[in-house]
Every structure is written in structure tokens, then in C-alpha cells.
Design a protein around this ligand. Structure first.
Ligand SMILES: Nc1ncnc2c1ncn2[C@@H]1O[C@H](COP(=O)(O)OP(=O)(O)OP(=O)(O)O)[C@@H](O)[C@H]1O
Ligand SMILES: [Mg+2]
Length: 227
């Protein structure tokens, strides 16, 4: 049986990592999910991220997000480094996990490339689609949770957390274009991307996500569930 790929997307500081960790903890105590795990239907829950979900990816992540040791990174170089990270991530982590029936909770995926390198940097959307396809070999998420937060609010949250990485340091206009990218993606892929209002409290957002995932569990595994 195929596993499920659940992706968290959104601008800097939208709460992706916070909510991914909440969902991970919640799954470990949800009776339906536990039941499915005990039946051997979902061997593992894997928490991962892009960039940086593999040893090679960690090196690529530090090139992409680190400080300017190598000088400015050209836009197409950036795009190709993200694509390389993704191709490795799919081959080494995501595809084998899904083939085993496991769940993969992933912090950012293909939509981030469309939003940041497409809408943010202005690179060709059809080129990005081609590279995403090469990297993923067509593996799309089963559910993408887009944490929708005003880009400026997200940057303020990130700033409060500490130093800003190379992408976070880009202009406010860049981050607003990224936000518009996520808006267009959500409008175009309503079956796959669910928009979550991320302005509220951590707990309120976590509850919203749990309700959604609980419903999906019934849709995906209903005939295996006792309740
Ligand atoms: N709902 C919330 N309300 C207020 N602060 C929040 C909320 N969710 C997360 N935060 C705080 O905002 C900061 C950014 O959250 P988090 O790291 O989860 O975002 P992110 O989307 O993963 O960011 P990045 O894109 O930088 O990885 C953290 O300091 C976190 O504690
Ligand atoms: Mg994060």
C-alpha cells in the first residue's frame, strides 16, 4: 500500500516547522492512527524537509541558505541546487518511504520552488515545472497544508527567532511576490492544497490541522478503521 506525503508550505515564519512537529506528536497519540500503525499499514512516520532532507541535501542547504562565502548565487544556479536537493530527497527518502506505506511529513516541497524561484525571482514557471517533474518523477503530495500568513508578519516572527538566512534577507517585495505565488497555486490546485489561516494561536492552528487530517484518515483508510 502506498504511504502518504503531507507537506507544509508558506512564507518565512508562517509556522511550518512548529505545526509539522505538532502534527507529528498528535499522530503518535491519535487512536485511529495508532490502530493503523498496529495493523502494520503505516510502518513509520518520517519527518523531513527541503532543502536538507539527506546528507547531500544538508550540504546543499548550507550552500543555499548560508552566508555569502561564495558570493552571490545566480538565480538559475539557485533553482538547480534546489532541484538537485529534491531529486536526492525523492530517491533516498520520500519514494522508498511511500513505497513501504509510511507517512512523510515534509517541510516545504515543489510549491516552494514555484513560489520563490518562479514568482519571487521571476524564473520560467514551465522550466520549474519540468525540473520539479524530473526531481519528483511525478510524486505529488497527498495533502499540502499552506499556512497562510501575511509575509511581513512572517518575517517579523522569523526576525524574533534570531538571525535571518540568505533567503529571509531578500526584500519585502520579493516575499510579497512569493506570497502571491502561494495564492495562485492554492487557487489552481484546490484538491491538493488546503489553505490554513496561520494568523491565530499555535494551538488553534494545530486543532484545525488535526481536524483536517482526521477527516483524511477516514477517506484514505476508512475500511481499515474500527471507528
Ligand atoms: N501561530 C503562531 N503565533 C505566533 N508565533 C508563532 C506561531 N507559530 C509559530 N510561531 C513562532 O514564529 C517563529 C516561526 O515559526 P516556525 O519556525 O514554525 O516557522 P517556519 O514557517 O518553519 O519558518 P521558516 O520558513 O523560517 O522555516 C517561531 O519563533 C515560532 O515559535
Ligand atoms: Mg521552518
Amino acid at each position: 500500500m502506498n504511504g502518504k506525503l503531507i507537506v507544509f508550505e508558506g512564507v518565512e515564519g508562517a509556522g511550518k516547522t512548529t505545526q509539522l512537529n505538532h502534527l507529528h506528536q498528535w499522530l503518535q497519540q491519535d487512536p485511529d492512527f495508532q490502530d493503523l500503525q498496529q495493523q502494520g499499514l503505516i510502518p513509520e512516520v518520517i519527518v523531513t524537509r527541503e532543502p536538507g532532507g539527506t546528507p547531500l541535501g544538508k550540504a546543499l542547504r548550507s550552500l543555499l541558505l548560508g552566508q555569502a562565502e561564495y558570493g552571490a548565487i545566480a538565480d538559475h544556479t539557485e533553482l538547480l541546487l534546489y532541484a538537485a536537493d529534491r531529486a536526492q530527497h525523492l530517491a533516498e527518502v520520500i519514494r522508498p518511504a511511500l513505497a513501504a506505506g509510511s507517512w512523510v511529513l515534509c517541510d516545504r516541497y515543489v510549491d516552494s520552488t514555484v513560489a520563490y524561484q518562479g514568482y519571487g525571482r521571476g524564473l520560467s514557471l514551465s522550466l520549474i515545472e519540468t525540473l520539479n517533474h524530473i526531481a519528483t518523477q511525478g510524486i505529488a503530495s497527498d495533502l499540502t497544508l499552506w499556512l497562510k500568513l501575511n509575509a511581513d508578519t512572517g518575517l517579523t516572527r522569523s526576525r524574533q527567532r534570531g538571525t535571518l538566512d540568505r533567503i529571509e534577507q531578500a526584500t519585502h517585495d520579493f516575499h510579497r511576490r512569493v506570497q502571491r505565488g502561494f495564492e495562485s497555486l492554492a487557487a489552481a490546485h484546490q484538491h491538493r492544497i488546503v489553505s490554513i489561516n496561520a494568523e491565530g494561536s499555535v494551538d488553534a492552528i494545530a486543532q484545525h490541522i488535526q481536524t483536517l487530517v482526521k477527516r483524511r484518515l477516514k477517506t484514505w483508510y476508512g475500511h481499515h478503521l474500527k471507528t
